[in-house]
Design a protein around this ligand. Structure first.
Ligand code: SF4
Ligand code: SF4
Ligand code: SF4
Length: 399
């Protein structure tokens, strides 16, 4: 007997009691006992006086979307769980929301959805329009289906460094899931952590979006923060001032810092704006998208200081702080680099020392790979004296 059939042999109250007895949890950002979550949805619906719909989705603030892997791994299970939740709440109306970019996935699920009399929509879940509806996480649906098929085990779904999504027992330590040797920082859920937090369990780490990522010396904290804020800006519906404007400001400041125009006051401003966003927005996008910037500035202040005061990116990632030059002592004038440069910004001719025009160079590194003499140097430090006009190989003198 399938999980839904099993649930339907029970009364609605018994289904809710089983959810409580198994200590099932609502997954995602608003994690907590599922029974209480469903009771609260019923109470809110009674206040609104509208027909109740159960809507399953990822959290709006989830830009990584690794938890969609749970759906891709077993779509039928998600619809079963959604239908069980609807049965427990006494409604027939069920909708599965997928990210806007996943229209093809939504289409491929239409037949399965029809089997469960559910709708599938590839659109942003509008919190205001869903007032009075029961919103549950896609992962909660998977747990519900497992629970009524007597296969439920507690745990947290995680994807390590973008790998396959797997359920980890709640007491599993991060260090047992990921190789954290050489870690500079850990991204656990929406927050950055110090490497020592690898000793936290997955339950303690509060991984609401399934993301476990190890950042090493090769990763720039500021650039990573900027990337995540850019992803949030793209996904935000922009209807709330604090979310829309807050994301613009936070992303702008990180971008300025990575491009060498950072100001010391940006750190305080990031805190002020980020905290205001967490408390002043109605959906999870506004509530969590500032977390990465807040934790980055709080825990990795030295990396920000290096960018702002020393004009240096310790990871060598921010290209504004990286210099690429041709060592005049090593260049043989072979012209290989000229052929690969996509910007035509290497000057030279056969048997002459070549020179890079810094203005147009994008620091793509193609010339470095092409140079047979290892004469092209990438550095975040000082650039030595270089020729300022075409000079024959072997004729360059510093003074
Ligand atoms: S918090 Fe952001 S994403 Fe959520 S409704 Fe407001 S503007 Fe849209
Ligand atoms: S780094 Fe790229 S753009 Fe710059 S000189 Fe080399 S090949 Fe050209
Ligand atoms: S590829 Fe290297 S050695 Fe050849 S011209 Fe360019 S910098 Fe000089």
């Amino acid at each position: 007997m399938g999980a839904l059939e099993q649930a339907k042999t029970m009364s609605r109250e018994d289904v809710l009691n089983k959810i409580e007895a198994l200590k099932l949890q609502e997954a995602g950002i608003h994690a907590g006992p599922l029974r209480a979550h469903l009771d609260a949805a019923l109470a809110e619906n009674a206040e609104e006086g509208t027909e109740l719909t159960v809507a399953a989705a990822l959290n709006n603030g989830d830009t990584d979307q690794v938890l969609l892997g749970v759906l891709r791994g077993g779509p039928e299970k998600i619809f079963e769980g959604l239908a069980i939740a609807a049965y427990a709440l006494g409604t027939e109306k069920k909708v599965l929301y997928l990210p806007e970019a996943d229209a093809e996935l939504a289409k491929s699920l239409e037949n399965t959805a029809a089997k469960y009399q559910a709708e599938v929509k590839a659109e942003f879940l509008n919190i205001r329009e869903n007032k009075g509806n029961a919103l549950i996480h896609i992962v909660t649906c998977a747990d519900l289906a497992d629970a009524f098929a007597d296969q439920y085990t507690p745990g947290v779904y995680v994807s390590v460094n973008g790998g396959e999504v797997k359920k980890a027992a709640p007491d599993t330590k991060i260090a047992d899931l990921a190789d954290t040797e050489g870690a500079k920082a850990l991204l656990l859920g929406y927050r950055l952590h110090q490497p020592e937090d690898a000793q936290l369990t997955v339950a303690e780490a509060g991984i609401a979006n399934g993301v476990v990522r190890v950042l090493t010396e090769k990763d720039c904290i500021v650039a990573e923060t900027e990337k995540k804020l850019t992803a949030s800006r793209k996904q935000s519906c922009g209807k709330c001032v604090f979310c829309r404007e807050g994301l613009i400001q936070l992303q702008y400041m990180q971008k300025e810092i990575t491009e060498g125009r950072g100001k010391a006051e940006y750190l305080d401003l990031t805190k002020e704006i980020g905290e205001a966003m967490c408390y002043s927005t109605p959906c999870t996008m506004g509530q969590v998208s500032a977390e990465v910037a807040l934790t980055a500035t709080e825990l990795f202040g030295k990396e920000y200081e290096a960018h702002i005061k020393k004009k240096n990116c310790p990871a060598g990632v921010c290209s504004s702080f990286v210099n690429i030059y041709i060592d005049p002592k090593l260049c043989s004038g072979c012209e290989e680099c000229v052929d690969v440069c996509p910007k035509d910004c290497i000057e030279g001719k056969a048997k002459y020392i070549h020179m890079i025009d810094d203005f147009d160079c994008t620091k793509c590194g193609k010339c470095i790979e092409a140079c047979p003499e290892d004469a092209i140097v990438q550095t975040t430090g000082k650039v030595p004296k270089l020729p300022n006009r075409l000079t024959k190989v072997g004729k360059f003198r510093k003074h």
